[in-house]
Design a protein around this ligand. Sequence first.
Ligand code: NCD
Length: 309
Amino acid sequence: MIKKEVKHLIDIKDLTVKEIDDLIKVANDIINNKEKYSNVCNGKILATLFFEPSTRTRLSFESAMIRLGGNVLGFSEASSSSVSKGESVSDTIRVVGGYSDIIAMRHPKEGAPLVACKNSTVPIINAGDGGHNHPTQTLTDLLTISSEKKRLDNLTIGLCGDLKFGRTVHSLITAMSQYKKIKFILISPEELKLPEYVKKEILDKNNIEYIETNDIEEYMSELDILYMTRVQKERFFNEADYIRLKDYYILNKEKLKTAKKDLCIMHPLPRVNEISTDIDSDSRAKYFKQAEYGVYIRMALILKLLEVK
Ligand code: NCD
């Protein structure tokens, strides 16, 4: 008997553009026909193994599985699992694979989900690994962009804040670099610039145009999308550096004065101070809607990985 290959999602590069487009199509069908999907995962179990804090990602995964008619189990902090007794991630995954049909895992160490999937008999989804990748946030972002802008090409995208440690930024750049006529404006303080490996291996390799600046207003009038991010406190070695950089950018009405009328303002959330709450009522603010899109795209992803028709 041929052993069936288990599908995982560790890096957004694991998906082709066609597969991403298909996931977006399914997510839109789910949005328009929620009833049709409410029992398709009856009897299936999703395990959420979160070795690092989360609100949206974990709860949207759980909501996604429950909305598909399945069940969920898991833990939301490493201290409540046997990891605190010294168990390896590989052993945890092997065991949980016997208790569930699919696993979403978040871990503070870069590469942990990749190691985990080598020994897994069920699909593993990377729900964020350290400052590295966050592919399901990127799927959420792509569904948001395609819904709000009606296209995934021909866009000028401003990414602002912690481009060094922000894993959502790294995965989003990787995905968007596959579409036509994409230009990035990388807005960050010197210390939080996009890592060289992302510039070399993704932007340069794909001949993507980009500009680096520390001034949020300089290119504001050109942007179709402004993707704000939080300074990633938990990745800093030194608290004084975090305190110095944490309020470097605070988006407010004044800073948006030259922005396009149809600018799409996004943020993976949680927000700390980087977007003033005055902006929340601006029709261009899409970050709460973005969080909701996260449920529908995760529903589509679960269906794909479990091969549910
Ligand atoms: C992001 C993350 O965990 O990387 N949050 C999320 O998943 N929505 C962004 C962040 O924590 O700043």
